[in-house]
Design a protein around this ligand. Structure first.
Ligand SMILES: *Cc1c(COP(=O)(O)O)cnc(C)c1O
Length: 359
């Protein structure tokens, strides 16, 4: 059996996807070519591309009002590309800061506009999602930016606020496709595929069509959402292999029963792991229970001098990459769609065994 890999990203993939990619590596379905070797304009790749777009639209029930863009640069590039594509004639945008990723988005936006902090929980150590009544929006922001799952802090936003005419822009990198989401409520959803939807190299943007055309003249053409949309994500060479793998992940998700079924599994997994952490004072997760991420579960050992022993013992049991993000320390178990229930059961059992042995 393969070890269980709890990396926050790039992260574990469904083993069936890896096996399928391996079996098609040298010859994609009788074409005589690896997907990596195909022209992106050829009929074989075009089929892979369109199927991935169609499957994603079906899985997430993306309405006709929204376009799907496959691009590159990661979510960090999008932090710059969002103001470049959405400011239009406006000078400012609002940012809701609930963790280190939204804080980073805000800082990057400063290069292009005068962003405004609508609310921040930095002083409280990023442990909750402030309700929309606590957001202080500016007069006429180009958009309101949120990060709906803070990968480092383990804080997830479960309610989608209605902001009237102001577009809601969400970094959904680390919980994209973990559960159904009401796409119609978002102006833009974006993220990198390497957390929950595939491998590094593919950045997805789901954008409401009427927001296209606000791009600033200085925006690089390859990242001008309007141009990318007009060219069906082929304005320039798309990340073909990463799109192929994402397409295999989408098909795998369909076979699992789609997003409602995967959400039920994710809730079961998260419930099990938080339950194991809460069962003892030996481990601590102090995120507001209403905002605890279903995908990224940070926790600390009450006695941090045991950290190294904990990680060493985990590795010996085939539980990999449980170390927390360097900015917050401690541990983190990322339990994305591809993490089987057995993997979470194995961590929960290890938490009990380690405590018994060390506590
Ligand atoms: C990983 C991550 C990023 C950074 O993504 P890159 O692909 O490295 O640019 C941004 N936001 C969130 C929420 C993430 O989890």
């Amino acid at each position: 059996m393969r070890p269980f890999n709890f990396s926050a990203g790039p992260a574990t993939l469904p083993v069936e996807v890896l096996e399928q990619a391996a079996s098609e590596m040298l010859d994609w379905r009788g074409s005589g070519m690896s997907v990596m070797e195909m022209s992106h304009r050829g009929k074989e790749y075009m089929e892979i591309h369109q199927t991935a777009l169609d499957d994603l639209r079906a899985l997430l029930e993306i309405p006709a009002s929204h376009r799907i863009l496959f691009t590159q640069g990661g979510a960090i590039a999008e932090n710059a590309l969002i103001p470049l594509n959405l400011l239009g004639a406006r000078q400012s945008a609002d940012y809701v800061i609930t963790g280190s990723w939204s804080e980073k988005s805000f800082k990057e936006a400063k290069k292009y506009c005068t962003p405004h902090v609508a609310v921040s929980t930095a002083d409280e150590g990023f442990r909750r999602v402030p309700p929309v009544e606590q957001w202080r929006l500016s007069d006429d922001p180009a958009y309101v930016h949120v990060c709906t799952n803070e990968t480092v802090n383990g804080v997830e936003m479960f309610e989608t606020p209605s902001l009237g005419d102001v577009p809601l822009v969400a970094d959904v990198s680390s919980h994209f496709l973990s559960r159904p989401m009401d796409v119609a409520k978002y102006g833009v959803m974006y993220g990198g595929a390497q957390k929950n939807a595939g491998i590094a190299g593919l950045t997805f943007v789901v954008v409401r069509e009427d927001l296209l055309g606000r791009t600033l003249g200085i925006c690089p053409s390859a990242f001008d959402w309007n141009l990318v949309a007009l060219n069906n994500s082929m304005y320039n060479t798309p990340p073909t292999y990463a799109i192929y793998i994402a397409g295999l992940v989408f098909q795998w998700l369909k076979r699992q029963g789609g997003l409602p079924a995967i959400e039920a599994r994710n809730r079961e997994k998260a419930g099990l792991l938080y339950g194991a952490i809460d069962a003892s004072d030996f481990y601590v997760n102090d995120v507001d229970p209403a905002a605890r991420s279903l995908m990224n579960v940070p926790f600390r050992l009450h006695d941090e001098t045991l950290n190294e022993a904990f990680l060493k013992g985990a590795k010996e049991r085939g539980l990999l990459q449980l170390k927390g993000h360097k900015s917050v320390g401690g541990m983190r178990a990322s339990i994305y769609n591809a993490m089987p229930l057995e993997g979470v059961q194995a961590v929960a059992a290890y938490l009990r065994d380690f405590e018994r042995q060390a506590g």
